[in-house]
Design a protein around this ligand. Structure first.
Ligand code: HEC
Ligand code: HEC
Length: 338
């Protein structure tokens, strides 16, 4: 009985609130301010303030740039700005061919709901508590986006997915296994072809070391007694085990060795890049481009300068600091930067 009373009272309250709104609205229509110029003026001021804030941020803070894109770097994990992280994270729930659902479908649905909102939510009551459905949708969306952003920000970046198909194409079951390998982030602990973590053994050539029986056994019971570090027990299903094992068995060849220039670039980055960033001018001069190669026409001349250093600030690198092989690799790399 009492609960009915409460119900009726809130209902009455709502009705009287509604009447209040309508009265207020018609009053303001009679004696109110006109759209032009009053409201337009306020809008203009607000828009200008926002514009100045953005200009100020652009001039005084700027947007930082990352290092120049490097096509040889396979460990780079591209990630969007924080305000797109939720969408980026949502992609993970839509595998492969369904990716468009998250990438296109969700944003279009979201914007569609916003566009249709004035038609969906016809209630004249203003307070959020008086429009429970729309409020619930809004709150849930914001919570969902918040959760996805948090999940994405705290997820460990995949340290390069297993990149080496190591020649040859993969069979569908092997490709499925590779996908499981990437989804379960095995690379966080295992290195494949130079990419990945070091907690577990290097798996670059695991297909040569272990046979199917050993691999199946390991994936089903990873917690071997006496192991120094433990591998998580993923509780894989049988099909997953077969896919993973098929993929792991393809890992037989070491990846093709680096070219001299690639090795040189890696060495350059360790020893020279601080003063000659990307072989451009920094603390030291630019050491790339036609003029530079004319100045040091022979590799010997270049080697001599690096070995001897200069009094003008170029340190000398003797052959304990830099082996002959390392130096010729660096020179081979510099020669590619015409
Ligand atoms: C948290 C770190 C970690 C993760 C993640 C991980 N492993 Fe391991 N893995 C290990 C460790 C540590 C060992 C060595 C344990 C041992 O010998 O008992 C190991 C051993 C292995 C071995 C045996 C290698 C050999 O040479 O004996 C294989 C195969 C393997 N892991 C596959 C996988 C696969 C596939 C995944 C992803 C589903 C995975 N691991 C995820 C830590 C990890
Ligand atoms: C501590 C900073 C520093 C490091 C590290 C460094 N350089 Fe230099 N380098 C310089 C400076 C400064 C000069 C200019 C010297 C001068 O004018 O006498 C220079 C000059 C040179 C030149 C001569 C350029 C010209 O046009 O005359 C070459 C070639 C060169 N560096 C190569 C290298 C290489 C290769 C490495 C890595 C093995 C390296 N440098 C590491 C600071 C450095």
């Amino acid at each position: 009985m009492q609960s009915y009373d409460v119900f009726r009272r809130t209902k009455e309250k709502k009705v009287s609130r509604k009447e209040e709104y309508e009265k207020e609205y018609s009053d303001s229509k009679v004696g109110g301010k006109s759209f032009f110029p009053n409201i337009i003026f306020k809008d203009t001021v607000a828009a200008l303030l926002v514009l100045f804030a953005i200009l100020g941020l652009a001039i005084f803070r700027g947007a930082p740039l990352e290092a120049q894109a490097d096509p040889t770097n396979t460990a780079y994990a591209p990630r969007p700005e924080w305000y797109f992280l939720f969408l980026f994270e949502a992609l993970k729930y839509f595998p492969g061919s369904l990716e468009w659902v998250a990438a296109l479908g969700l944003p279009i649905a979201g914007i569609g709901v916003l566009v249709l909102l004035p038609f969906l939510d016809r209630s004249k009551l203003r307070h959020a508590f008086n429009r429970p459905i729309v409020t619930a949708i809004g709150v849930l969306s914001v919570l969902g986006m918040g959760y996805l952003t948090y999940a994405s920000a705290t997820a460990p970046t995949i340290v390069g997915a297993a990149s080496a198909d190591q020649g040859g194409k993969l069979l569908p079951i092997e490709r499925a296994g590779k996908a499981v390998f990437q989804d379960r982030r095995c690379s966080v602990c295992h290195n494949v072809a130079g990419i990945g973590g070091k907690i577990g053994p290097d798996l670059t050539t695991v297909g040569r070391r272990l046979d199917a029986t050993a691999l199946i056994k390991h994936l089903k019971e990873p917690q071997r007694t006496g192991a120094t570090a433990a591998m998580p027990d993923y509780q894989f299903t049988d099909p997953e085990v077969l896919e993973l094992v098929s993929y792991l068995l393809t890992l037989k060849k070491a990846p093709p060795p680096m070219t001299l220039a690639q090795a040189g670039k890696a060495t350059f980055n360790i020893f020279c890049n601080t003063c000659h960033p990307g072989a451009n001018a920094g603390a030291g001069p630019k050491i790339s481009g036609g003029e530079f190669h004319r100045k040091f026409a022979t590799d010997d001349a270049l080697a001599k300068l690096v070995r001897g250093g200069t009094t003008g600030g170029m340190p000398s690198f003797n052959d304990t600091a830099l082996s002959d092989e390392q130096l010729s690799a660096i020179i081979a790399y510099l020669r590619t930067l015409k």
